[in-house]
Design a protein. Structure first.
Length: 376
């Protein structure tokens, strides 16, 4: 009997050793098989050309976001790698996006500041099943498909706000509109014109210019004959500087209101921009964030930088929540995300069209090369 008990005990010990060894084997195997490769996130930005200063500031913020995530251990031990392509703020964006999704094999894309480049590229990402979280604000861009998100307010918001501001606050009822003929300018002016007319205002002159246009004398001379009380100019920096100079040369002394493209040094540093107004999204106080970008990355951020920073953080959150780098799973996590840590938006939550649910704006005025909030 004692011999039998001893045999049973020995057998149990053998079984236990086998179980422990087996579990250990699989744990070692799982560790060996665990994916430790980097996760590639793409960004498409204007890094040369007319909007390069904007793109560089956004890229700096995205790099800060990547560094913070990696310094904290990455996503389940996997490091993030940011791959940047120069879209030049024009149709070059298609080639930039094609490289990111087909060659670099990124799992998602951030950035896309310019609607003129996004318009030619988001369909490529949609077809490839690669989620995009972008800044580009032309209203129709997100209609491309369910992989396209925007954490910057659509110009449906901005066009409406500017129309109401010019009519109700500036008390202008006869307005001229000169817009850049691309996805952004076209979409913005359409919303503006529709809302301004609804309010009872009159569009006395409407004209579109090419993105590369620098001579506006004929357009402005013709516009002047219609005696507008103000000008709304959703144009790009290449257009804005020469236009403001020629408005001054022709003695046109009426308020000029631009979009957020007026906020860059390319516009604010020319003397003829003095007194020009522009509208931009209302942001939280970003002094600490901007100082961190300068200190850690060594580059100067701009008003769009915080959106790029948030985009990287949102994509990383979606990857972690999905526990996958599969595009469809990342897309599903983005669609239901409430990003309460946002530093760019007062409400970083998407509606059913993958747009922000709400937006608020500030009006700034250029004074002696600097900008300050405008009060009527």
């Amino acid at each position: 009997m004692k011999h039998m008990n001893r045999t049973i005990k020995i057998s149990l010990w053998v079984v236990a050793i086998i179980i422990i060894a087996t579990v250990g084997y699989f744990q070692i195997g799982n560790k060996a098989n665990k994916d430790t490769s980097t996760i590639k996130i793409g960004t498409s930005l204007p890094l040369t050309g007319e909007a390069a200063s904007y793109g560089e500031g956004i890229l700096a913020a995205e790099q800060l976001a990547i560094k913070e995530i990696n310094d904290a251990g990455g996503i389940d031990g996997r490091m993030l790698e940011l791959i940047a392509e120069d879209d030049k703020c024009d149709s070059t964006g298609a080639a930039a996006m094609q490289k990111l999704v087909a060659i670099d094999k990124v799992v998602a894309v951030a950035g896309l500041l310019c609607s003129s480049s996004a318009g030619s590229s988001v369909s490529i990402a949609q077809k490839a099943g690669v989620p995009v979280v972008m800044i580009a604000s032309a209203p129709k861009l997100t209609q491309t498909g369910d992989y396209i998100f925007r954490n910057y307010p659509s110009d449906n918001f901005q066009g409406k706000f500017v129309a109401e501001y010019m009519f109700n606050t500036l008390k202008k009822t006869k307005v001229a509109v000169i817009y850049v003929k691309n996805d952004w300018g076209q979409g913005t002016q359409e919303v503006f014109v529709s809302r301004f007319k609804e309010l009872g205002g009159e569009i006395v002159y409407l004209d579109g210019v090419s993105q590369s246009a620098t001579d506006f004398r004929t357009t402005l001379t013709k516009m002047k004959t219609f005696s507008p009380e103000a000008i709304y100019m959703p144009v790009y920096p290449t257009n804005a500087g020469p236009a403001l100079k020629q408005i001054s040369d022709l003695g046109i002394n009426i308020p000029v209101v631009g979009g957020d493209s007026f906020s860059g040094a390319e516009v604010t540093k020319i003397k003829e921009s003095n007194g020009a107004l522009y509208v931009t999204v209302k942001l939280a106080s970003l002094d600490d964030f901007q100082n961190k970008v300068k200190t850690v990355i060594g580059k100067t951020p701009n008003q769009f930088s915080s959106f790029g920073y948030d985009e990287v953080k949102m994509i990383a959150r979606a990857i972690k929540n999905a526990d996958s780098t599969d595009g469809a799973k990342i897309r599903n996590e983005l669609a239901k995300m409430k990003f309460t840590e946002s530093i760019s938006s007062l409400n970083a939550e998407f509606d059913q069209n993958r747009e922000l649910k709400s937006a608020d704006y500030d009006v700034f005025v250029v004074k002696d090369g600097k900008t300050e909030k405008y009060s009527q």
